[in-house]
Design a protein around this ligand. Structure first.
Ligand SMILES: [Ca+2]
Ligand SMILES: [Ca+2]
Length: 172
């Protein structure tokens, strides 16, 4: 029995270390603007934690108050907000609704939470803000195309049909 106690202790210690290196630290969610939108996935690949994504790796390497430690706080500001950690064309700050890094821990989350995207996922970038005129123009264009499609005619075929009808003496 004496043999098993140290072995069990070391196994538990190894599991604890491995678990600690891969799991998310929930307290850091509140140290990032709108961190509650993606929770642990803001910095990790899975909702429960796991390996860090590019944003999480950026923070771990350069933006912790105690670098490399488990207890350091996220240093959110203009420097981190201005980077594009996942290379999707939108800065970390733009994705988290704080483009200038002006937010600090304890403040109300900035912007509309529905527009927050993940600064650690390439395929999650903010939708460009289209002007009202652009939306109306696109709507009219798609409506016109849908109309022609429902009529079973392409605009060029319709023009040909109209011109042949106009020149057909029996139909006039
Ligand atoms: Ca980005
Ligand atoms: Ca992104």
């Amino acid at each position: 029995m004496k043999f098993y106690k140290p072995t069990a202790f070391f196994c538990a210690l190894i599991l604890l270390v491995l678990h600690g290196s891969a799991s998310a630290r929930g307290f850091r969610v509140s140290q990032i603007p709108n961190g509650n939108q993606n929770n642990c996935k803001t910095c990790h690949q899975f909702p429960s934690g796991g390996p860090r994504n590019s944003f999480g790796a950026e923070i771990e390497q350069n933006f912790l108050s105690a670098p490399g430690g488990s207890f350091g706080s996220v240093v959110w500001g203009a420097a981190l907000a201005g980077l594009d950690s996942d290379n999707d064309g939108s800065s970390n700050g733009a994705e988290l609704n704080d483009p200038n890094g002006a937010w600090s821990t304890g403040n109300t989350n900035p912007g509309d939470p529905a527009t927050v995207t993940n600064p650690g996922e390439f395929d999650a970038a903010p939708v460009p803000n289209l002007s009202t005129w652009a939306i109306w123009t696109l709507s009219l264009l798609f409506s016109a195309l849908a109309f022609w499609q429902l009529q079973g005619r392409k605009p060029s075929n319709y023009a040909k049909a109209r011109s042949s009808k106009d020149t057909n003496p029996r139909r006039n």
